[in-house]
Design a protein around this ligand. Sequence first.
Ligand code: PMP
Length: 330
Amino acid sequence: MRVHDSLIDLVGDTPLVRLRKVTEGLAPTILAKVEYFNPGGSVKDRIALRMVEAAEKSGELQPGGTIVEPTSGNTGIGLALVAQEKGYRCVFVCPDKVGPDKLSVLRAYGAEVVVCPTTVAPEHPESYYSVSDRLAREIPGAWKPNQYENENNPESHYHSTGPEIWDQTEGRITHFVAGIGTGGTISGTGRYLKEASEGRVQIVGADPEGSVYSGGTGRPYLVEGVGEDIWPGTYDTAICDEIVAVSDKDSFLMTRRLAKEEGLLVGGSCGLAVEAALRVAETAGPDDVIVVLLPDGGRGYLGKIFNDEWMADYGFLSAETEEATAGQVL
Ligand code: PMP
């Protein structure tokens, strides 16, 4: 029988799909690495698996232990899947800008979820960083993967995402574009691609306007999972050849186009990354092959990005926007 004994065996090996509509008029080949094909629905399954297995090997995570982590949801889903398989308890700490659907998903997988305010500074005792530190100290047998500092986060991409993209493009990739949250994806994948191509592949970070990576102060933005107000240890500050800052509005409008025109129902950080990739493509040549990584699916954002009222409330849809009238019966 052709069966898999565990969902964990299905982590990675995600497809590379050509973008054809949103790229019209642009010369290069633009390919999307679609990470929602992972069993937990996001790129974060990769790091969850590697971080847990490394902690088991080092003895930091013992049988019956508890995984405590601040996560915007996707890392939580990955960790919850791996934890379920291996018999660990999970407690996740999330900022309150995370959509309610994402929190329900974590709880559905059997995890406990603590929600903290987004607007407080990282050092504030109620910040999601502080609360997760306290819980990791107080719960017996707790282990905090700390995706912002854990070297197995970028390592997982160095050993999986990077080689997959190199093989799938038969070494023809010229640019790799990805959002930066912890920086694990871009640092690990970028390092592999730089090594494999002897420095030829250009690494482009996509960052929400206001985040520190593109020179901001951490001003709140609405795209989830990317951008930071602190500098995490998992981000290799030398890896990017270029960083493109994209507004919430441009990120979300592109996210909606990906669903409508490419059939890709994906999250807001995907729209952000594709928008950055298209800007790179404007000055790239016909032989260039741009790979853009799409971290997760769009179901967790139905009440926000894919909701016209929510978009209009933030001024992301205007009367002139074709989208604003698309649903009206004329
Ligand atoms: N997009 C989403 C939706 C995410 O959850 C994350 C992870 N925080 C990222 C992008 C960024 O990935 P990384 O942490 O590897 O930089």
